[in-house]
Design a protein around this ligand. Structure first.
Ligand code: ZN
Length: 310
């Protein structure tokens, strides 16, 4: 297995995570979550989205969150933008990144953003132009890249074609989303290997959901073919209100634990994540799915009497 020295984790819990929680956190708590992640060493955070407040009321305070961030120099704060209207809001928030997205499946795209893939591509072209005009690099996510809750199988050729089109718009970073957790290591390696070969100038990332317990192995499979950027969420919260059957994101704690124990640096402090997870668990009012959280981090041997967890 080929392991890199370092992997970058982009924590999406403030956006992807909180949008699927029935409770709406106050702006202060969102700021505490975002700054807690940065304090733990997370260098990229999807902080807010500018989706219409009627569709995702949990994230209606995007402007207030972005205006009151404690910006740390080593951390990039991203705004998720669904359309041109959203981009007009986003560029006023001084984000470090603008994340755009579309679906690899026509039906999912309609459910998600109420337009065809062709219309999405046109809209994204304008959004990307606006983003660059404000000196903010656009980063794209192709959701349902590995399968769709409505259409089932998604052909690799569709994902590659979309990646080409996004690359043609000047997008230099694309993350493939396994929105409903149906990816498997073989398919992950096939798609990423093909994209790396076909579009060499493209930086690629993976966004894996854990519905079927495969998120961590899918990440490892992607790492094995050279991918070093992944979306994760504190505690493993997340899903999508527009994707039936969507489960949690790969937990940041679980990814950090596995990578650091294998000698791959993430720059993220596991203990700080666990402490922040304690607060998040209280705020959302239910146990978080992270496995490492349940085990309370690393095991420390204490001799023949037994083991404790640090
Ligand atoms: Zn997700």
């Amino acid at each position: 297995m080929r392991l890199p020295d370092r992997v970058v984790l982009r924590d999406v819990s403030p956006r992807d995570g909180l949008q699927s929680e029935p409770v709406t956190l106050s702006t202060e708590r969102k700021l505490e979550l975002i700054d807690g992640l940065a304090h733990a060493g997370v260098s990229r955070i999807e902080a807010v989205s500018v989706v219409h407040p009627k569709l995702v009321p949990q994230l209606a305070d995007a402007e207030a969150v972005m205006a009151n961030l404690t910006r740390r120099a080593y951390c990039r704060y991203a705004v998720l933008v669904p359309n041109i209207k959203g981009a007009q809001r986003a560029v006023t928030m001084n984000p470090d990144e603008i994340t755009v997205f579309l679906s690899a499946s026509e039906t999912h795209n309609w459910k998600n953003v109420h337009r065809s893939i062709t219309d999405s591509l046109q809209e994204l072209q304008t959004v990307c132009d606006m983003s660059r005009a404000h000196h903010v690099p656009p980063s794209a996510v192709i959701v349902a890249s590995f399968g769709c809750p409505y259409e089932g199988e998604v052909p690799t050729s569709v994902v590659v074609d979309l990646a080409y089109r996004l690359f043609g718009m000047g997008v230099r970073e694309i993350t493939l989303g396994d929105t409903v957790g149906v990816a498997n290591p073989k398919k992950v390696q096939a798609i990423f290997s093909q994209l790396r070969q076909d579009i060499p100038g493209l930086n690629l990332g993976g966004h894996f959901h854990d519905n079927r317990g495969t998120a961590l192995v899918n990440m490892l499979a992607a790492i094995d073919v050279g991918i070093t950027l992944f979306d994760t969420a504190l505690g493993g919260i997340g899903g999508s209100p527009f994707s039936p059957g969507a489960g949690g994101n790969l937990a940041t704690e679980d990814a950090v634990y596995m990578l650091e124990e294998s000698g791959v640096a993430t720059g993220i402090n596991l203990e700080a994540l666990l402490a922040l997870g304690d607060r998040l668990e209280e705020w959302v009012g239910h146990p978080l799915p992270s496995r490492v959280r349940r085990a309370r981090g690393r095991m420390v041997p204490v001799g023949p009497e037994g083991y404790v967890h640090d």
